[in-house]
Design a protein around this ligand. Structure first.
Ligand code: NAD
Length: 301
């Protein structure tokens, strides 16, 4: 049994990771300020600490005796980062410095950082590979990319072992279904339930690489336990498949209305996951079409 700290563990992806770690028989401590996460997402048999990563001194004691840290805490919203660039930088950049600094202080064996495919930017050549030059197009994308660079810096400067995982469009249980950053199919399912047409911005040929949250949780776990040294390693976590918005509407079924394209919409995303498979021995298990059909079944659609 290992002792893991999941920072940001009360949120969507973090709580799915907590479930996996508990099912693998590990001791789990969650540190979260509940800004967007909920304690009700968490099982009873874990240690929950309500604390804020922007306060470095107050989080330090909770890292003592921990074998590995998963760092997921963030303000993961592009609109929020555009409206509040200072507040979101404080959490996404300075908060990450505090987490890395606490891990360094207690000589923690490894930190696995939740990075974002938004680092590639809207014009990246497909498939997207971590070796490409980053081109973050929003404050959020930039802040998450700086988080990765900080991980690499701590690895080189202080020999702290780090892995950064760039996630592509994560979906699954406990994902948010309100707000400005909801995945497109959630809007379509809501339209279907309400008997309204599904609205597609642009011609619907835009594509996304959707990743089931259980595959993301497993990639985190495998990054934590893999034998390779993590000297600032950066890997993609996606399905490695493109699904167009038109195809999603076709699977869900129902009337469609087309509207003008939205400025800033990313035209395509597709992860190259060959390195992730090789280094972690990880493979995504749930295709998007299967995941979507299961989701619809669970909602009686
Ligand atoms: N959901 C996606 O598709 C996606 C894609 C790429 C990257 N990511 C990254 O994955 C991570 C998890 O995202 P999520 O979708 O589960 O979001 P989420 O909002 O559900 O989870 C973030 C968690 O961090 C906590 N948190 C926020 N500020 C904090 C602070 N100052 N101190 C302590 N805890 C704090 C929140 O309460 C929440 O529980 C984030 O780092 C995000 O940037 C997510």
């Amino acid at each position: 049994m290992a002792k893991y700290l999941v920072v940001g563990g009360a949120g969507f992806i973090g709580s799915n990771l907590v479930d996996l770690l508990v099912s693998e028989g590990h001791y789990v401590r969650v540190l979260d300020n509940l800004a967007t996460g909920k304690q009700s997402n968490l099982p009873q048999n874990i240690d929950f600490i309500q604390a804020d990563i922007t306060h470095g001194d107050s989080i330090l004691p909770y890292f003592e005796g921990i074998d590995g840290v998963f760092h997921l805490a963030a303000r993961p919203s592009v609109p929020y980062s555009i409206e509040f660039p200072a507040e979101s930088s404080l959490v996404n950049i300075m908060g990450t410095v505090h987490v890395l600094e606490a891990a360094r202080h207690f000589k923690i064996k490894r930190v696995v950082y939740s990075a974002s495919s938004s680092a590639y930017g809207p014009l990246a050549k497909l498939p997207e590979k971590p070796s490409m030059i980053a081109d973050p197009a929003s404050p959020y994308a930039l802040q998450k990319y700086i988080g990765e660079l900080l991980c690499t810096q701590f690895s080189l400067q202080y020999q702290l072992d780090t892995f950064s995982l760039r996630y592509f469009n994560v979906y699954g249980p406990r994902m948010t279904d309100v707000g400005a950053y909801v995945l497109v199919f959630v809007h379509f399912l809501r339209a279907k339930r309400e008997g309204k047409p599904m609205r597609i911005y642009g011609d619907g040929t835009q594509t996304r690489d959707f990743t089931h949250v259980s595959d993301v949780a497993m990639a985190n776990y495998q990054a934590m336990i893999c034998r390779q040294d993590g000297r600032g390693v950066v890997l993609n976590v996606g399905c490695g498949n493109q699904t167009s918005i038109n195809r999603i509407a076709e699977i869900i079924g129902g009337p469609i209305e087309y509207a003008d394209p939205r400025p800033g919409d990313v035209p395509h995303s597709l992860a190259d996951i060959s390195e992730t498979k090789k280094i972690l021995g990880w493979n995504p298990k749930i295709s998007f079409e299967d995941g979507l059909r299961d989701w619809m079944k669970s909602e009686g659609l």
